[in-house]
Design a protein around this ligand. Sequence first.
Ligand SMILES: C[S@@+](CC[C@H](N)C(=O)[O-])C[C@H]1O[C@@H](n2cnc3c(N)ncnc32)[C@H](O)[C@@H]1O
Length: 204
Amino acid sequence: MTHDFDREYWERHWNADGVAVGAGRLPANPYVATETAGLTAGWALDAGCGNGGEALWLAQQGWRVTGADISASALATAGARARESGLEGTVEWVEADLTTWEPGRTWDLVVTSYAHPATGQLDVYRRIGEWVAPGGTLLIIGHSHDDHAGHGHPEHATATVDGAAALFGGSGWEVDASYETTRVVETGRGRTELNDVVVRARRV
Ligand SMILES: C[S@@+](CC[C@H](N)C(=O)[O-])C[C@H]1O[C@@H](n2cnc3c(N)ncnc32)[C@H](O)[C@@H]1O
């Protein structure tokens, strides 16, 4: 892949009815459930929410959710999914570029699942970490550096667990979980094995 992961790319990715080619309306990423199981529901941001699977799942668990994405098409589908699921009004959908957005507030939980912007992974992880409230949690789910050959992601769209966790290794943060893992997903293009990086850090 030689393209930039810019707004035009993501608008093309989410086609006319907002369903990503080959991806469809996937259920929530399972690591969101496992890694938030011990948290008390509060205010949550899904940074790069796509067509809303994770944001809507969090809303169903009682979180008051903001879903932010650079793609208006993705957000339109996310809104439609909310209506179809009887969850209309439970998520605030915000069209925003994570690399420049200044939300002017914090959340108890900031989640990002596979969002890979043009600036690369670590910059955006550092940026969204600033939006976590004291005592709150940052959950990063990204494509593993080791995945880029198999799943077709260029290197700058991937992360290593050490690289992502190191961002939150200093004072002010506790890293509660950091690991690499593998899962198989069914997409419109068949079965795909994903090698993932998961980092959960708490702002102290
Ligand atoms: C691979 S999709 C993942 C969607 C969803 N989070 C999931 O796990 O299925 C990446 C998402 O990140 C969004 N994105 C990429 N760059 C972004 C940016 N700079 N600001 C906001 N969203 C961005 C894309 O529009 C897309 O919806």
